[in-house]
Design a protein. Structure first.
Length: 256
């Protein structure tokens, strides 16, 4: 089975659109997976994916890069807290937030911490989604090692975490603020009614066409005046065509 046929079959069987991922990166990750599992070709990989329970989840876990950390790009999170969140709560009794491609939960929990500090927890709801069920399990556990906490101040560590051996457990008051669920940005429907969508460090893996499709769907998911918060190395060049105004690097506002 060649690469093209493999992609077609994966789409039919698992509804995963591998064509939307940048081809070279995708092929590199697939090849490293083949050698890790000592499989000869894509045909063997496809048989393995369809033959054994949980092998598709392991495959997805390898394919997707889950690196994340609390307050990734601290300066942007400062801006979110002091410049943009207060405005979003203005005139709204409830603010709905979506962390899309949330990985191990560091991102939505960072936002939950900020909202708690602002005294706005009770007026907000945070949904967090990812395509990788294994990473979603880790997110629900909310147990982190030092590496992902380097941007968490001593004060926040003491207030919101409990140390357990080499790990830090997030306190229940923050944990319970985030609702995790499975969602594929490329294949699933998007819920509507969000005031803030945070989607960082995932669209870099997708083709330009797929990126446009995602940003367009986010636009439809946002309430008027809602904000899209993207990654530090990302940029939406055609933001006007997609219905946004650029507020600052990483921040785009829905205008139509
Ligand atoms: C590098 S992490 C980014 C995590 C977090 N947003 C951050 O910036 O720290 C990328 C995440 O995207 C997820 N992902 C990859 N393809 C996806 C898709 N089609 N739909 C939803 N999530 C996807 C991966 O499982 C991974 O958890």
């Amino acid at each position: 089975m060649d690469f093209e046929e493999f992609k077609k079959k994966v789409k039919t069987t698992f509804r995963l659109d591998l064509n939307a991922y940048k081809e070279k990166q995708l092929q590199r990750r697939l090849d490293s997976y083949l050698s890790k599992l000592k499989l000869r070709d894509y045909g063997e990989l496809y048989n393995q994916l369809t033959g054994q329970r949980e092998s598709y989840e392991k495959f997805l876990d390898h394919l997707t890069i889950n690196v994340s950390e609390f307050f990734r790009d601290p300066q942007r999170f400062e801006e979110l807290q002091h410049k943009y969140l207060p405005g979003l709560f203005h005139g709204r009794s409830m603010v709905k937030i979506w962390s899309a491609a949330c990985s191990n939960g560091s991102e939505p929990y960072s936002i939950a911490i900020i909202l708690e500090e602002m005294g706005l927890s009770a007026r907000s709801r945070i949904d967090a989604t990812d395509i990788d069920r294994q990473v979603l399990k880790k997110a629900a556990e909310a147990r982190y090692n030092r590496d992902g906490l380097k941007n968490v101040s001593k004060n926040r560590l003491e207030r919101f975490f409990t140390k357990q051996g080499d790990f830090y457990l997030l306190k229940d008051s923050i944990k319970k603020k985030v609702v995790f669920r499975y969602h594929d940005l490329l294949g699933d429907d998007y819920q509507k009614g969000y005031d803030l969508i945070v989607c960082r460090n995932v669209t870099i893996y997708f083709t330009r066409e797929a990126q446009d499709g995602i940003y367009k769907k986010f636009n439809h998911s946002l309430n008027p005046g809602g904000i899209l918060f993207i990654g530090g190395s990302e940029m939406i060049f055609n933001y006007k065509d997609l219905g946004y105004e650029k507020l600052a690097p990483c921040f785009y506002k829905k205008v139509k």
